[in-house]
Design a binder for this molecule. Sequence first.
Ligand code: H79
Length: 559
Amino acid sequence: MKWWRESRFGMFIHFGIYAVAEGMWKGEPVEGLAEWMQFRRRIPVCEYEKLAEGLTLRNFDAKAIVDLAKAAGMKYIVYTAKHHDGFAMYDSKYSDYNVVKMCPSHRDPARELAEEAHKAGLKMCFYYSQVLDWQDPDAFGNDWDYDPSKKVFRRFLDGKCKSQLRELLTGYGDIGLIWFDMPKGIAYEESLELKAFVKELQPDCLVSGRIYTEPTVGDYGSMGDNEFPSGKLPGDWETPATLNNTWGYRKLDTNWKEPAEIIRLLVELLGKGMNYLLNIGPMADGSVPEESSAILKEVGKWVEQNGEAVYGTLATPYSCDFEWGRISEKENRLYLYLFEKNKAIRVPGIHNKVQKVRLLKKGRDIPIEFTKRRDEEIVSFELPDTDTPYFDVVCLELDGSPDVEQGIFEQPDGRIHLYAHMAKLNHTGGESDGITIDPNGNIVNWFRTEDRAEWEFAVRQPGMYSVLLQTRGVKYTPWAGGHRVAAECCGQRMEAVLSDGKKVSNAHSRYFDERLSDLGTIRIPKAGTRSLTLKLLNCNPEEKAGLLVTRILLERVTV
Ligand code: H79
């Protein structure tokens, strides 16, 4: 895992004959992900395969793609050797349903990419769809060409799946990892067998978390596409993400993310010690959409300037995040990724001595004057005016490895973040139903009024605090709210119906509609450890997923 942890940033490449269709079928746009078109339209293999003639590779330039990955600061490449459509995008001897046999150039893009990646010192990795294969009669997914009752998954596993994995693991040099995807349908034992099969051929080759539904079978976990957890997670995690809203090339999808949105997610993931696997979807001629390369080059400038705070960094040592930015650590250093410019920053709870504070500027770092109040362990400094685009990164050099205050505590700006993943949950029902924390750290499955979430936190300054509840809608679905909730703290009680809360802007706003709803104001009479309990009084039956809680924010009211 060493190279993988060190890398932090990789390039995903979704390249396949779906790129020829560009997200259109028979003149009509096909909604959703371009690479899912065959499934969406139930296109027979004998028709779908004709797309292969259009994949010319005329402008496919493996060196240019590797150079682009390098320019972006990426350290590994994951190429779709075979996606769900079953079409091998490499020279497969096992199946003629492949790019060399069926596409006009008869070139092997996987070989060209692997050679260039290895020359450039990047890890070459393959995506391989191990359960879904719409061309193989025994794999899952295609029930329009093949009778599902006649499928024998074992035949696919021992046949196409393992044979092609053997080709990929013996014909292309050292492979960093196999990115398995969509495990639904494979048995636990079969996933272990597949992992062992990979390791037998290349002991150092990693396997992704999506080799099985339970992420621990893989060598690391994969978040949902474009998702990140609300707090740092134990173990190694990666987020696969897109530059627009599809993986494969789709002409109508011009919904490109700004470089700032990409860097915002990068920083979010660095703060959680996670890897970022960011996708490009080349066109049928093999060229990379201009928008994609422009965004990656722009992102690369930031990464280049701040590489010290990217490669080999670990998650924040704190239990919770701050409003003004994200934090990571490496050796005796803390890196602060600052969301806003020219602000006075106060970093709380640092038990170490601070030796130096500097603004990262690759070789021309700018020293920053700071103060540290011994009684409160707060480091304060003002950022000089900077002309750096996007987020500034500041390094705190400490006298030893970071030793910071744990748990939830009031921050110098008077805010207290009660993250959902840090709540103590109480439910009276059996283990299987009632509220629980999902892999993203949110409180989910909240329908029942007898369930409770409770937080403990340290208050520094007594006074009035406004209480804001952050909830979300289901992915891709607008927030509806409508639940009646109550919060209890210091013997006081607030009640509110969640209605049109303030929209939250964060690194996955495009996918999750999150809102901050005002529950009211409470008085905390004394400093010290306090607790807050959240209850659901009435669940809006229209909301099929119930109440989805991300966090509660307490904000000291200044009078
Ligand atoms: O390779 C990319 C995606 O194609 C793949 N994972 C990333 C890395 C992926 N596989 N499955 N999914 C993503 C979930 C896809 C679900 C959907 Fe659909 C596909 C929603 C809409 C199209 C299947 C078909 C479910 C509803 C319709």
